[in-house]
Design a binder for this molecule. Sequence first.
Ligand code: IVH
Length: 667
Amino acid sequence: MPDKATIRERIEKLREEIRYHEYRYYVLDSPEISDAEFDQLMRELEKLEEEYPELRTPDSPTQRVGGEPLDAFEKIEHSVPMLSLSNAFNEGELRDFVERVYRLAGRRDLDFLVEHKIDGLTAVLRYEEGVLTLAATRGNGIVGEVVTENIRTIRSVPLRLPEPLTMEVRGEVYISKRDFQRINEERLEQGEEPFANPRNAAAGSVRQLDPRVAASRSLSMQVYDLVNLEGREIRTDREALELLQSLGFKVNWYRSCRNVDELIEVCNEWTIKRDDLLFEIDGLVIKVNDLALREQMGTTAKSPRWAIAYKFPAQQKTSIVKDIVITVGRTGALTPTAILEPVHIAGSTISRATLHNEDEIRRKDVRIGDHVLVQKAGDVIPEIVKVIKEKRDGSEQVFQMPERCPVCGAEAIREEGEAVIRCSNVAGCPAQLREGILHFISRDAMNIEGVGPALVDQLLEKGLLKDYADLYALKEEDLLPLERMGKKSAANVLRAIEASKDRPLHNLIFALGIRHVGAGVARVLAGAYKSIDELARVSREDLEAIDEIGPAIAGSIVNFFREERNLRVIEKLRGHGVKMSAEGEGEAAALLEGIAGKRFVFTGTLQNFTRTEASEKVLAAGGKVSSAVSKNTDYLVAGEGGGSKLDKARELGVTILTEEEFLELFK
Ligand code: IVH
């Protein structure tokens, strides 16, 4: 039995390590260890805290999602009111602002900071002696709501600081564009109303009464302001941001400018570059850097005189709905799409917008002939924001969802509790077949390069594909008569199809096209069941016992393997020699002691293999490979002529192996 002091030490050590890796992952976006290794650390800590509950502290990384659901949020008055910003919509207004600042300051040699204006929800964090004690929303600027439990679930927010500081930190809580899309897809699937924009999604998540729901929303927070810092003097905004950065916060992007021309340049730059960001920004905030000067300039009732928000031109335009068409997807879902009078928005021409499903059309009341406001944000699919009803002249036509599949004519059915209408002809609808095959060959599925939609369409037309398994029956003489198909391209196509027979199990599971089973769920399933046959036999209950699998997914999997038709296709795949198990896929069996979990770096020229081959050997045995030596490196393998990496390894005391010693590890 280890004594209490040893346990306490181990717990503290684990917490420190976990905090560091959370910081690498969530703040720097640059993890040093795998998710599995991270989970392992977390599990060890959880176990110790369970055994020794008296050593559990609220700032432990295990305690992010702890609180019970609330009945309502408490209100709190802000220690310093959270003001709004006045806006500048163009260059002229920006120049006016800068001139006003110069006048109020009585000088023109000033430093400005420019920052992203993230389209999220403003929040304030209170730290007392280095511990996060309170988090609140902005509310009306005077009074906000206490949302501490929910903010604690955001992993880029430190629960404890490396220094015992007392202060308040302000910033934006937001959801990435990608997570926003994912959440909305889930909501639509469940017949719920989608969030109008990432800001609403963030607000909806922060204001969840159940912290577990908030935790599931992948929120992030970037900070840009520091107030009420005790016991330390800060003179500029830049100093504040640097301090926050050093304390482990994810700090807003910022840049210094010395004059209005530089400011305008930065604004123009981000007007274009904003699309490349993973999160939505709706403008930039321009602030005077010097804090004493800010004090001198003061505020109006609503906003500070030393700052302004530069707002980007809208990414919305008006257009006209010329038609509404239906596309049929892989699972038979009938999706309505609006055909628009083409408009240019943010660098692209928009001529279609998704309407998602019947409920969406009704909710927005979109009719053919309507004038509509269209929005494009980043790389998301264009959407109709709203109908401009004032422009109606009575000639607009209400759209009715078809009662039959527009492709095969079979009955279209809306199942209870579903928002989607589906073509009922699962076995025979050409559209479902086509989309199913395109899914099967796609990258995360069987990844058959060289076979694309054009080729699939020709093969379908010739009647050569009745299901995706027929791909494996194709012969040269089937391909040669097709357009643009010579002997060489035919050989390439056949080789690519052949190569796909050996894909890992999770690719195959995803490729089957089971409803609700995306690439991520497929990986989970492949980890839990080692073959298609095992998966085909599993019960709903067993599936639901897996964390990531809910009732909808479980039901869908079980139903899939009950369908005679699906089983026949699987037998066909097997008959063609497609690998049906996780056999030979690394994992536990191949893990080698001395290699698993260890981090390798290679330098110089190896005699027995290329560096790529050596790396693959390490990875297959459960090890990791990096390109640079750091304190986390376990081994540097040195071939002929290694240079600076050797010096670095010696300096850090990393074990250096010759090629022979390296090979020895695999014996
Ligand atoms: S500074 C006194 N910097 O935008 C106001 N605000 O429309 C000082 N916001 O309520 C705020 N990004 O919550 C500042 N980089 C940024 C910001 C930012 C977003 C919010 C802020 C403010 C609102 C004004």
